[in-house]
Write a new protein. Structure first.
Length: 305
């Protein structure tokens, strides 16, 4: 893959998070550093093992060398299965948190997590509460590569060559031109020239006091434009009309070259980042060669079910 970082995309060599790799002997060194006490009480030995195991999981990767050292440490500390059951759950969550940190879930990371889960002896149920988040992150990774989702929605009145990527329930809010939601720092902003960063809006709440009446409808993202439709209220905007998109924890604000600013809140939080990633892809298409026939969206994924 080309390094697309001048346009704000993540290059292939930085796509997989920088992780600390444990070299042979480093786990033993860490155990010695914390003052390993093999003659301590069970609770003391469990605390030592937990500290080292959590540190080993901090990068979301478990090497064969680490496995050998962790097994040796467990034997030295005389840890039984029942002694480390709760510790294993904490360790696996630590690994998942490391993977979730960059907002993308790559095939390599998925393989790494499965290896960790298998080593820790945890069942599929231990992954269940994180499965929806990881599935969303997997979609974001595909969008990053240019494989955008497709959604078949009859009756949208699409133009020739237009494809629907998403159509989800959403709420529309009209806002004033002088709203504080437009102030610098209200939330992360992306536009043409500044791509959306995964997870950028998670910690910024939407100030609902700035919002007017709400209208329930659907939000549609295609390869040519975005659309809102409630039956009685509707608007359609081509990407070149979008000036800025401000990201909030559960919604986003559109500034256009004409008309009032608009806030869209998807009914389901899981759809938010996917919508923003697709929109950003069209506002910031990757560069193509003169002879290339590739579209900004790249190769689409199969229709969503």
């Amino acid at each position: 893959m080309k390094d697309l970082s001048p346009r704000g995309y993540i290059s292939e060599h930085t796509l997989f998070r920088e992780r600390k790799k444990f070299s042979v002997g480093i786990i033993q060194n860490l155990a010695q550093k914390i003052g390993l006490n093999v003659l301590g009480t069970l609770e003391e030995r469990k605390a030592q093992y937990e500290l080292v195991l959590l540190e080993a999981m901090a990068d979301g990767v478990l090497t064969e060398a680490e496995i050998k050292e962790l097994d040796a440490l467990r034997t030295t500390l005389k840890m039984k299965d029942e002694d480390v059951r709760v510790i294993r759950l904490k360790a696996f969550q630590r690994a998942i948190d490391a993977v979730k940190a960059d907002g993308l879930f790559t095939p390599k990371e998925e393989h790494d997590l499965e290896k960790i889960r298998g080593y820790l002896g945890l069942g599929e149920s231990e992954l269940a509460r994180n499965r929806a988040t990881l599935a969303k992150m997997r979609v974001l990774y595909e969008i990053h590569k240019g494989n955008l989702p497709l959604d078949e929605v009859p009756g949208l009145g699409l133009e020739r060559g237009e494809q629907t990527h998403m159509c989800v329930p959403a709420t529309f809010f009209a806002v004033r031109h002088d709203t504080r939601l437009l102030n610098r720092g209200a939330g992360p902003v992306f536009n043409a020239g500044t791509p959306y960063r995964m997870g950028a809006g998670r910690v910024f709440p939407l100030a609902e006091s700035e919002l007017g009446d709400e209208v329930l409808g659907t939000w549609t993202v295609t390869n040519q434009r975005v659309m809102f439709n409630s039956g009685q209220h509707a608007f359609r905007l081509r990407y070149e009309k979008l000036v800025n998109v401000t990201v909030f924890a559960d919604a986003f604000l559109l500034q256009v070259d004409t008309g009032e600013p608009r806030v869209i809140r998807p009914a389901e939080r899981k759809d938010l980042e996917v919508i923003l990633a697709v929109m950003s892809r069209y506002l910031n298409p990757p560069p193509t060669s003169k002879n290339s026939t590739a579209t900004p969206g790249g190769k689409p994924q199969p229709p969503r079910r």
